[in-house]
Write a protein that binds this ligand. Structure first.
Ligand code: BES
Ligand code: MN
Ligand code: ZN
Length: 497
């Protein structure tokens, strides 16, 4: 029963349906907005006075069935006195505006005008991006609705602007990004009985439609490559593990690719070191890193990014079983290094160890960025606002930090170092898969670093941001699709052409 949304751009002159406009402090409306609302006379002034609405940032004024206008509703959203709105602020305002449109409305118009002048094309597209992301819901499995949850099944949203044609052009790239984020959210929200490794691989294979080359490696292929760490995690599951490699070659021939690697644990019970029951259902989202990589490659391909990019995701299910791996087991990774399993619940790093080595060896990438819902410890450290970033290269770290500031998905750099590294030395093997109670996010990162050689690499621990993240103005769903916009921005700003 998911609603379908159609986003378009129209001139200011013809609003339809619920009309959302913006104003600065003291209810200062832009010229096009004033013109459109003129038939209402002084209704806005009177309503604002009655409601003590002044246009403060975050406040809004709702006028139902306004006299003089043939519209069901006009909503005025205050933006305060911000003169310089950044891209991330405009996206957010698009989300806030969309949030003012009642679910039952089949038609809405949002005016892309904040005060003095109309917005530029790329800003109009940012506004539409925020509105699109806010409109997302995941209700695939709801077959009934309560009466008060009535919603339109088809919704048309138009962004009123001064030049619809140029806004439409700017939107085509942003629409590709929005689709990537929504693809990632859908994958994370899907339950694990539906989205197991084989089904995940099938969905990733859908990217071939956009011109992406997709390879799916099965267990036999991974055995041949010697991926003992990844395979050990999946060996207790009834579902076969998969490794999916996606390649988008939009850049010059022969130029080394950028690469993105995702943890795709379709469900993490903890394995033999089983997790407590409380909240275990959230572990269907333990593939948020892999979902982000698929969403990102979708975005890059759909907007025909001029870059060579590789996405690789390790897909497994971590189950307790007669065939499951045990604490004390020692596995051999593709790199040749051995790992002693202390806790079967520290499985993400085992999957990534093999995928990182594989990508590094096969593609000689410019850099590797991996995303993983890797540790509860990163949530203890940073909560749900920042993702933890571990990086062996200052330039890459700076670029990731800046990209995050621009689009509003922020990363906080965490330390790496030999003192932490020795915490994962093992009595029996080259290393062990846990480093004890303290610095749990760091020792996990130290293990990954042992598989990246000298290649510039960043590990983003998204346990706090990829799922169950706080509801924001541009997301009301459990899954956030975190990272798609961040990494698209990184590629666009620093690696295209
Ligand atoms: N998938 C979990 C981490 C996680 C926890 C993600 C909460 C999202 C929310 C990971 O596989 C895990 O179980 N990590 C353990 C590692 C420990 C056993 C060393 C953890 O963080 O407790
Ligand atoms: Mn685990
Ligand atoms: Zn996990």
């Amino acid at each position: 029963m998911a609603a379908t949304f159609k986003f378009g751009f129209t001139p200011f002159a013809h609003p339809r349906g619920v009309l959302v406009v913006f104003c600065e402090e003291n209810v200062k409306l832009g010229p096009a907005t004033q013109r459109a609302l003129a038939p209402m006379g002084d209704l806005i002034r009177r309503a604002a006075a009655a409601d003590r609405f002044t246009g403060k940032s975050g406040s809004s004024l709702d006028i139902v069935a306004p006299s003089g206008l043939d519209l069901p509703r006009v909503v005025v959203v205050g933006i305060g006195k911000e003169s310089e709105l950044k891209s991330r602020d405009i996206v957010k305002l698009g989300g806030i505006a969309m949030g003012k449109v009642p679910a039952a409305a089949a038609n809405a118009t949002i005016f892309a005008e904040f005060g003095p002048g109309a917005l530029k094309a790329h800003q109009v597209a940012d506004l539409a991006l925020g509105a699109r992301l806010r409109s997302y819901t995941f209700d695939l499995y709801k077959t009934k609705r309560k009466d008060d949850e009535e919603r339109a099944s088809k919704v048309e949203v138009n962004i009123g602007c001064s030049n619809p044609a140029s806004a439409e052009k700017a939107w085509s790239d942003k629409a590709a990004i929005a689709d990537g984020v929504i693809l990632a959210r859908n994958l994370v929200n899907e339950p694990a009985n539906v989205l197991y490794p084989g089904e995940f691989a099938r969905r990733a294979s859908g990217l071939t439609k956009l011109g992406v080359n997709v390879e799916v490696l099965d267990v036999a292929a991974m055995k041949k490559l010697g991926m003992g760490a990844l395979l050990g995690v999946g060996q207790g599951s009834a579902h076969e593990s998969k490794l999916v490699v996606m390649r988008w070659n939009g850049g010059k021939r022969g130029v080394d690719p950028v690469s993105f690697i995702g943890k795709g644990v379709c469900f993490d019970t903890g394995g033999i070191s089983i997790k407590p029951a409380q909240g275990m259902e959230d572990m269907k989202g333990d593939m948020a890193g892999a979902a982000c990589v698929v969403g990102l490659i979708h975005a890059l391909a759909a907007r025909k990014a001029k870059v060579n990019a590789v996405g690789a995701i390790g897909l497994v299910e971590n189950m307790p079983d007669g065939k499951a791996q045990r604490p004390g087991d020692i596995v051999k990774t593709m790199s040749g290094q051995t790992i002693e399993i202390i806790n079967t619940d520290a499985e993400g790093r085992l999957v990534l160890a093999d995928v990182l080595h594989y990508v590094n060896k096969r593609f000689k990438p410019k850099f590797m960025v991996n995303l993983a819902t890797l540790t509860g410890a990163i949530i203890v450290a940073l909560g749900h606002e920042y993702a933890g970033m571990f990086c062996n290269d200052d330039k890459l770290a700076e670029r990731l930090t800046k990209s995050g500031e621009v689009i509003g998905e922020r990363v906080w750099r965490m330390p790496l170092g030999p003192e932490y590294d020795k915490m994962i030395d093992s009595k029996f093997a080259d290393m062990k898969n846990t480093g004890g109670r303290w610095g749990g996010a760091i020792t996990a990162a130290q293990l990954l670093q042992r598989f990246v050689g000298k290649t510039p690499w960043a590990h983003l621990d998204i346990a706090g941001t990829g799922m169950d993240s706080p509801q924001s103005d541009i997301n009301k769903s459990w899954a956030s699709g975190w990272g798609v916009r961040l990494l698209d921005q990184l590629v666009e700003e620093y690696y295209e052409r």
